[in-house]
Ligand binder design. Structure first.
Ligand SMILES: Cc1ncc(COP(=O)(O)O)c(C=O)c1O
Length: 412
């Protein structure tokens, strides 16, 4: 992988016409270590967030020994990067053949579920393989309510009373049992975990067996930048949030229970940026070579404010000292699909033009993993960048809901 000091240097040296991912392994390592330092339990990196081999390699070297996996492809990716790592199969709805593969080929012994039919599938496999059920820990996923950019309990999770029923069934079958939840990705309210812990406590007090573990899932917010137009999500810095979660865990009496967290975003978001080129400027519209079907769907569907750095093309004009007013542009993606337009304007210096580059920061989470091959566009070029995005020249731009004169023109 080629290495550059900054994205600007990369753009000037390679003059890329295709999107390039700027990978910052040192940032990934630092963010993984920071999370592990702040969370007292086991850190199981959520592979779905970004399962690129180079990401898993760096995490394994940084000391991550446990991974949250959801599919056979993720089992294989983890086994390849970290052959001795533990895997937790935390997708609540699974194919029976995948359960068998997990247990038989990958030696996975921790799973989650939220429905009795999943217990039936698991039991069939356990009996067919003649495994002692006491070797398998099953986490029942609890539905939670909370404020997050992505709500996940609409799709998964058992209500508290049903969770008790499932846990008791599993105990009678001889399994060890745990409770897990996922409060939603990129939480926007620090009380969210406490509400989930309260609900877990309610369940724990009614279940017949002992709780073998509490898995507080993901949701820990990554540092994306604050949208001046949003009402502000009021999230404290990560160390404060984690201190709050840790004290809530103790207050709700889970301090002695083995703890797990499944962070995704908070570990990998800052490790990648995306260097895109403006293929065409048409008035207040910019047509770029990436979009919602490639690396930008997370920012399009979520409420993520991504920072953006303008990299003017020196071949077009002399940009020295050219720091123009920042104005909103409507950003259109690479494909022919008219849905492929970012839902929020990007604010960039008004001189941005055809041929310039934009470095979009902090796109490591749910960007590469959500890429499609639609229209034949599939960004797959990686370079290493030595300077952390935040330590380079201050980014002038951002995606934002912000309104001001000119915004309507850009957004229509
Ligand atoms: C089961 C599970 N665990 C962990 C994660 C990671 O969440 P986050 O990236 O919000 O930390 C997800 C994300 O959807 C998930 O579904």
């Amino acid at each position: 992988m080629q290495s550059f000091k900054t994205a600007e240097q990369l753009a000037y040296d390679l003059r890329p016409d295709q999107p390039v991912y700027g990978f910052r392994p040192q940032v990934l390592e630092a963010d993984a270590k920071r999370f592990m330092r702040l969370f007292p339990g086991k850190t199981a990196y959520a592979v779905k967030t970004n399962g690129e081999p180079q990401v898993l390699d760096v995490l394994a070297k940084a000391g991550v020994t446990c991974f949250d996996v959801a599919s056979p492809a993720e089992f294989a990716a983890v086994r390849q990067a970290a052959p001795k790592a533990e895997m937790l199969y935390m997708h609540p709805v699974k194919a029976q053949s995948d359960i068998r593969l997990a247990l038989e080929t990958y030696g996975i012994r921790t799973l989650s579920l939220d429905h009795e039919d999943e217990i039936v599938k698991l039991t069939r496999v356990v009996q067919a393989m003649d495994i002692d059920p006491g070797q398998i820990t099953v986490f029942v996923r609890l539905a939670t309510k909370g404020a997050a950019a992505y709500e996940l309990s609409k799709k998964f999770g058992a209500g508290p009373a049903y969770a008790v029923e499932l846990l008791d069934r599993l105990t009678k079958l001889g399994h060890k049992t745990g409770l897990c939840f996922h409060v939603g990705s990129q939480i926007e309210d620090p009380n969210t975990y406490e509400q989930a812990l309260k609900s877990a406590d309610w369940v724990r007090n009614r279940m017949m067996g002992e709780l073998a573990g509490l898995d507080i899932g993901g949701g820990f917010p990554a540092d994306y930048g604050v949208d001046p137009a949003s009402r502000g999500n009021g999230m404290p810095p990560l160390d404060e949030l984690m201190a709050r979660i840790n004290s809530d865990i103790t207050e709700w009496g889970f301090g002695d229970v083995p703890l797990i967290a499944e962070p995704g975003r908070v570990i990998v978001a800052r490790a990648f940026s995306l260097i895109v080129r403006v293929m065409l400027r048409k008035g207040k519209r910019l047509y770029i070579n990436d979009g919602i079907w490639s690396s930008l769907s997370d920012s399009w569907t979520g409420k993520i404010t991504l920072p953006a750095r303008f990299i003017p093309d020196p071949a077009i004009r002399n940009r020295n000292g050219d720091r123009a007013k920042v104005v909103p542009f409507k950003v259109c993606g690479a494909t022919c699909d008219s849905v492929d337009i970012l839902s929020r304007p990007f604010w960039l210096p008004e001189t941005v033009d055809t041929g310039d580059w934009i470095e979009i920061g902090n796109i490591g989470a749910y960007s590469l993993s959500l890429r499609t091959r639609f229209n034949g566009f599939y960004p797959d070029t990686f370079c290493r960048i030595e300077t952390p995005f935040d330590e380079d020249v201050k980014p002038e731009g951002r995606a934002s809901l912000e309104t001001m004169d000119g915004f309507r023109e850009a957004a229509e």
